[in-house]
Design a binder for this molecule. Structure first.
Ligand code: DX5
Ligand code: ZN
Length: 229
């Protein structure tokens, strides 16, 4: 199971240090949550911060664009050092062309959808994309609770990907922590976004990542040991 920490809940007064800690702890990618205050109520950061993040790590950086008109910014994020961009189907009326645009820029193409957008909205994209992201919270904030109906959605997309022999990553984003990561893995996810489960004020980044890894080894033990439960 790959881990992609979201810097949304990181300490922005020490962002480089937090990213280096995550890299040393053995995570697999850095997840960048881009929010425009339109598609989602919140506003986060843009290509400038992504470029600083990309300079501070050798890990792949993926941008999760929770913005309207995402195609306007693909080149900016690519030039900032992002190697994968995931777009919301709700913001892409011309999704086939959007995926082509990502590929033309040499980017890996990801699609995602809100927790109650019908899965059929992404089914036709499966042969065309490098990653499918299942949102297990409403986009817009970190530290939210995992929406339980997401587990079945993960399993359904896993089945669809397997049926067509796709090698695309199946990523899950939102509320993934010691208590939910096993169910998410068992439903078929290959990579999880972890925000507050990695960047929080209870544990160091290294300990947080270690506990997530331990929970994947033995779900019962890790949850019992987690005093934040
Ligand atoms: C929510 C973002 C998620 C979020 C994850 O809109 O897409 O990546 O920051 O944070 P946690 O893991 O705390 O739910
Ligand atoms: Zn995200």
């Amino acid at each position: 199971m790959k881990l992609a920490p979201s810097i949304y809940t990181a300490d922005f007064t020490n962002l480089g240090g937090q990213i280096k800690e995550a890299e040393r702890a053995g995570v697999d990618a850095i997840h960048l949550d881009i929010m425009d205050g339109n598609f989602v109520p919140n506003i986060t950061f843009g290509p400038l911060v992504c470029a600083a993040v990309a300079r501070s790590t050798s890990l792949p950086c993926e941008a999760h664009l929770m913005i309207n008109g995402p195609e306007r910014y693909f080149q900016d994020y690519r030039d900032a050092g992002v190697s994968r961009i995931t777009v919301h189907v709700e913001t892409c009326p011309h999704l086939y062309s959007t995926i082509q645009d990502l590929r033309r820029l040499g980017l890996q193409a990801g699609v995602t959808l809100n927790p109650l957008t019908p899965l059929e909205a992404i089914r036709e994209t499966l042969p065309l994309v490098d990653l499918v992201l299942i949102m297990s919270v409403e986009p817009g904030y970190g530290g939210q609770k995992y929406i339980p109906l997401s587990t079945q959605r993960i399993a359904t997309v896993r089945r669809w990907l397997d049926e067509i022999g796709s090698q695309a990553e199946l990523e899950v984003d939102g509320g993934v922590n010691l208590h939910t990561i096993c169910a998410v893995r068992d439903a078929g996810a290959s990579i999880v976004v972890v925000g507050s489960a990695v960047f929080n004020d209870k544990y160091s980044v290294a300990d947080s990542v270690g506990m997530l890894r331990a929970s994947l080894q033995d779900c019962r033990a890790a949850v019992n040991n987690d005093i934040t439960a």
